[in-house]
Design a protein around this ligand. Structure first.
Ligand SMILES: [Fe+2]
Length: 388
């Protein structure tokens, strides 16, 4: 998060005595990234955050690859992912490479029994269906339909759902996820031409401070293993913190589309960046206003990236037979474009209600067994004008 946030109570100076009402000391933790060069947060705890009681074992959650090298376009029926009560059990990795996992999840219950921490990857949760509260050791965030929740690696969290029908599209990224650099000035402030501003980025607002000792299970994901780690004190025991490294929320409905007289390229929809992929938001917007414009996209060869589109809501102007919850994969190496009839259909249209999330990865994606289980194997032929 490229701007400063402070929550709870903190001492006047870093690394100085900070006393509880009973005269004992609060325990400080510097939570840094990129060694000591990246964004960091200083938090103050009721207890030392280092008190590991046991590491009980671990479970292998390495994605099982079904298609290792791929040149075919695919469509996946995301809503065929079966809902499951447990949050982690419900996460199904559909696409994978060394940088990123594309995950679908349909948890029906809140995460009660344990805390979760991803030690390897930032997690970007897009809430397609569901409403609730993300609870973290650095404060809580309410979420609803259309929210992106960005949870930097190492943040301990739980999720409370008010709803049972929950659908999440999750991007699990080994590379840190930032807002695009070109939207920010030298000082980190978002510029006037950016499609969102600091006001749209919601920071944690509610700190839970538990001064409890006992057995607290945290499932820690590291190197594709899910470790069961037992802490001696409650993981949510922070009384205050300040810094730049914390979870935040951004609603796709607050993205302000950039439009033009003729078709604008995908980078105008960019919302997040890493050095391994970008995330774009395709939002309801007015179409191109040149009198002879073609609002449908032109055919394009994304020769350097695999393109993943997750369809959220509205009509998907350039595609036939696409519904909410579908994912399309257009791999690097071959051109793709609007489906037959879509160009003609788009001419004269003045606006679109489409809502979609796109992930363009710079390395090819592999398709997992869970992905193939919900795949439409004939999608790659859907551009044929003559079906016979
Ligand atoms: Fe494309």
């Amino acid at each position: 998060m490229p701007f400063y946030h402070k929550l709870g109570k903190i001492p006047h100076k870093r690394h100085t005595i900070f006393k509880k009402p009973d005269g004992s000391l609060y325990r400080e933790q510097l939570f840094g990234t990129i060694g000591f060069d990246g964004m960091s947060t200083n938090s103050y705890h009721e207890h030392h955050p280092t008190q590991v009681k046991e590491i009980l074992g671990h479970k292998d959650v390495t994605p099982k690859i079904a298609v290792n090298t791929n040149l075919k376009s695919y469509k996946f029926h995301g809503f065929k992912t079966i809902p499951q009560p447990d949050y982690l059990d419900s996460r199904s990795t559909v696409l994978h490479n060394d940088d990123v996992n594309i995950i679908l999840a349909a948890p029906t219950q809140s995460l009660h029994d344990y805390f979760y921490k991803n030690a390897d990857a930032d997690e970007l949760l897009f809430v397609h269906k569901g409403k609730g509260k993300l609870r973290t050791h650095l404060g809580n965030l309410d979420f609803d339909y259309g929210d992106y929740l960005l949870i930097p690696r190492g943040i301990i969290y739980k999720i409370d759902f008010e709803t049972e029908d929950n659908r999440l599209f999750i991007v699990e990224s080994r590379r840190p996820i930032y807002t695009p650099k070109r939207y920010r000035n030298h000082f980190g402030q978002l510029l006037e031409h950016a499609p969102f501003c600091e006001r749209d980025l919601r920071q944690p607002y509610e700190l839970e401070t538990n001064d409890e000792k006992g057995d607290f299970l945290i499932k820690v994901k590291k190197e594709n293993q899910l470790f069961d780690m037992v802490y001696a004190t409650h993981p949510f025991d922070v009384v205050g913190y300040d810094g730049y490294n914390y979870p935040y929320a951004f609603s796709i409905h607050d993205f302000e589309p950039i439009t033009g007289r003729i078709h604008q390229p995908p980078p105008v929809h960019q919302t997040f960046e890493t050095d391994a992929f970008v995330v774009c938001s395709f939002c309801p917007r007015l179409f191109d206003y040149h009198p002879e414009s073609i609002p449908a996209p032109y055919n394009h060869s994304n020769i350097d990236s695999d393109e993943v589109l997750y369809y959220v809501d509205g009509d998907f102007m350039s595609r036939n037979d696409i519904e909410a919850g579908h994912i399309s994969l257009h791999p690097a190496g071959i051109p793709h474009g609007p489906h037959p009839g879509a160009v003609e259909r788009s001419i004269g249209q003045t606006k679109t209600e489409e809502l979609a999330v796109m992930v363009d990865t710079f390395k090819p994606l592999k398709i997992t067994e869970e992905g193939m289980a919900i795949a439409d194997d004939s999608y790659h032929k859907s551009w044929l004008e003559d079906k016979h």
